[in-house]
Each structure stands twice: as structure tokens, then as C-alpha cells.
Design a protein around this ligand. Structure first.
Ligand SMILES: [Cu+2]
Length: 108
């Protein structure tokens, strides 16, 4: 019972940071560079909008052959992608379809 209580407390301490994708600069909204704590989750949403574009959230390493932990695949309007960061570090990412569309997550 005690163990269960501790587990639920640590889960409750983790936060979900929401990032809403835009079709123009700043493409990743105010979340172009987000700072989170280890254990937090970032949730990217491509919102429903008329003529909305398809985007991805792709860790830079997936494109350069370096570390590749997350790649959302194609996110059509209305879809979301979440990733939980368990290791401190800096995680630059971009959209596979739109070269100038870049963002980053700093995990502390
Ligand atoms: Cu895009």
C-alpha cells in the first residue's frame, strides 16, 4: 500500500507541457524552446484548422543519424503526439516537411 502511494505521488509530480503547432512562424508556438523537468511529458498538438498543414515532431538526431528517441510521424490537423523525457539534456527537433520549422526541449 505504501509503495502504491509513493508511485502515484511521483506520477502526480510530473507535468504535461502543451505545445500547439502553427502553420507559420513561430511554428511551434511559444513552445519553440521549452524547459521541463526529468519525467515531464511534452504534448504537441496540430490543431484543427481550415486548410491546416501536416507536420511532424522529429528529433534532429533521427535525420542526422545521431540519437533518435522520438519521431511523431505525420500529424494531420487534430492529431497530437506526446513524449516523456526521462534523461536530462537538450533535444532539438524539427518538422520533416518544413525545413524552417524547428524547436527544442531542454530537460533539467
Ligand atoms: Cu511542418
Amino acid at each position: 500500500m505504501m509503495v502504491l502511494l509513493l508511485l502515484s505521488a511521483s506520477v502526480a509530480g510530473a507535468e504535461v507541457r502543451e505545445v500547439v503547432l502553427l502553420d507559420g512562424p513561430p511554428y511551434y508556438g511559444n513552445g519553440s524552446m521549452v524547459r521541463v523537468a526529468v519525467g515531464d511529458t511534452v504534448k504537441w498538438t496540430n490543431p484543427m484548422r481550415k486548410d491546416g498543414a501536416v507536420h511532424t515532431v522529429t528529433q534532429m538526431g533521427c535525420l542526422t543519424g545521431d540519437a533518435c528517441e522520438f519521431d511523431s510521424g505525420l500529424l494531420t490537423p487534430g492529431q497530437a503526439f506526446s513524449y516523456t523525457f526521462t534523461t536530462a539534456g537538450t533535444y532539438p527537433y524539427r518538422c520533416r516537411l518544413h525545413a524552417p520549422m524547428e524547436g527544442g526541449v531542454v530537460v533539467q
